[in-house]
Design a binder for this molecule. Structure first.
Ligand code: SAM
Length: 403
């Protein structure tokens, strides 16, 4: 298969931008797709339907890209898989080098951050339209050090073009709806990328499905498995190979940048009989990375496990500690898990609002919460947890209250 370099998009940028802005205005005014598409002229070989898609994505891209969204071009799939700006910036800083190649660059969300950190960045993309969007994103941000190649990254033609890459990075597509994530179904296949690019560089890095536990990754590839948390949620799993690896497993919390690794000495962790003064909710990222004991060791926090299920791990301790990987609460009361006893406790505690922090069907959340909040006239905001057959009422300590 051929590997073609895309022309610089700078000359067409203004015209395409004008078309996208027209489409955004029409979408905002509630025009139907057919009407918008009919009035568009397209641009830079982009179909009017794609311009319409770009316009719709502009309206949703703010969540991932903040104010930058107004300058960016995405198709729907490209936006769904685009790396959020905070993560892309971190990844680019960690992979900073002279020449980097992003061999499955999509619409280029990660690529533009690589270009801001490295002297030169290559982007390879199989889908020609998405590659054009990546070129528009590069031009829109005024970057002049990017070469975008349309083609199959596993083909010899592409490999030959990237001979001067110091780091090769790939964030492959995942087929939707797979029950257990495996490495074989990713596109381009990471094992094939390793086979093809190892001759050029040992410094390879991948984004893998974050639900994969470390031992499953280990079966296929060696290197540092870095689980990334964004705002207390598991967001990404990166694999760093060769000299890029700094340890076996790590977890990073963004935006704070706090990190824990398998090199941090692990603390003991036992089951708790009863809640102590503080309750700690653990970021699921640390649990997935199997680094909870290392985190406690690093913090010097003596804690025990109060409850653990698929969604939530709760620790308890008499000690106070501050970490971006832990949400801290002050334990207030433990009562029977029944509406009457919970309501009595809420009144005693001068509550006004109650956040439910146990698993229940989403459709029932607000009706249960409303029932518990009915008649409350106090001041405090209580968090309600379920520990076996008991209700634990606690108060969240904001990061400013911590230590
Ligand atoms: C998950 S997306 C990348 C998103 C990108 N990291 C970002 O932040 O915008 C993966 C991309 O890989 C592309 N792809 C799949 N197989 C490929 C191949 N063999 N060569 C090059 N690109 C490929 C897909 O078309 C898709 O756009």
């Amino acid at each position: 298969m051929h590997a073609t370099t895309l022309q610089n998009s700078k000359p067409e940028l203004k015209r395409v931008e004008r078309e996208v802005s027209r489409a955004v205005a029409m979408v905002k005014r509630g025009f139907h797709k057919e009407k918008v598409v009919k009035r568009l002229r397209g641009g830079r070989g982009l179909r009017p339907e794609l311009i319409y898609e770009v316009a719709r994505c502009r309206l949703h891209a703010r969540e991932k890209f903040g104010p930058l969204a107004e300058k960016l071009f995405f198709d729907e799939e490209g936006l769904r898989y685009a790396t959020p700006a905070v993560v892309a910036e971190y990844r680019a800083e960690r992979l900073k080098c002279d020449v980097i190649a992003d061999v499955s660059c999509g619409a280029g969300a990660q690529l533009v951050f690589f270009a801001m950190r490295c002297r030169k960045a290559y982007g390879v993309e199989l889908n020609e339209e998405r590659a054009k969007l990546a070129a528009l994103n590069v031009a829109s941000l005024g970057l002049e050090n990017v070469e975008i190649i349309v083609g199959d990254a596993t083909g010899d033609a592409a490999v030959k073009r990237l001979k001067d890459a110091e780091v090769v990075f790939s964030d492959p597509s995942r087929p939707p709806g797979e029950e257990v994530r495996t490495i074989e179904s990713l596109q381009p296949p990471p094992l094939k990328i390793v086979e093809k690019y190892q001759r050029i560089t040992e410094k390879l890095a991948f984004e893998l499905p974050p639900q994969m536990p470390p031992e499953r990754v280990r079966r296929w590839l060696a290197g540092e498995k870095e689980y990334t948390s964004l705002n207390f949620q598991l967001n990404r799993l990166a694999l760093y190979m060769g000299e890029l690896a700094e340890c076996d497993v790590s977890a990073i919390s963004l935006p704070s940048g706090e990190r824990v690794t398998s090199e941090d000495a692990a603390a003991e962790l036992e089951a708790a009989d009863a809640p102590k003064a503080f309750l700690y909710e653990v970021d699921p990222t640390v649990v997935k990375a199997t680094l909870l004991r290392n985190l406690l060791g690093k913090l010097g926090l003596e804690a025990s496990v109060l409850s653990e299920d698929k969604r939530r791990t709760l620790l308890t301790s008499d000690e106070e500690a501050s970490s971006a990987f832990l949400r801290r609460y002050r334990v207030l009361e433990l009562v029977n898990f029944g509406v009457a006893s919970i309501k009595e406790a809420l009144k005693r505690l001068d509550a006004r609002k109650v956040t439910l922090r146990f698993s229940l069907p989403p459709s029932e959340y607000w009706s249960v919460r409303k029932r518990l909040e009915e008649g409350l006239s106090g001041e405090r905001w209580i968090h309600l947890f379920k520990i076996k057959d008991k209700a634990l009422l606690a108060e969240r300590l904001s990061p400013e209250d911590q230590l």
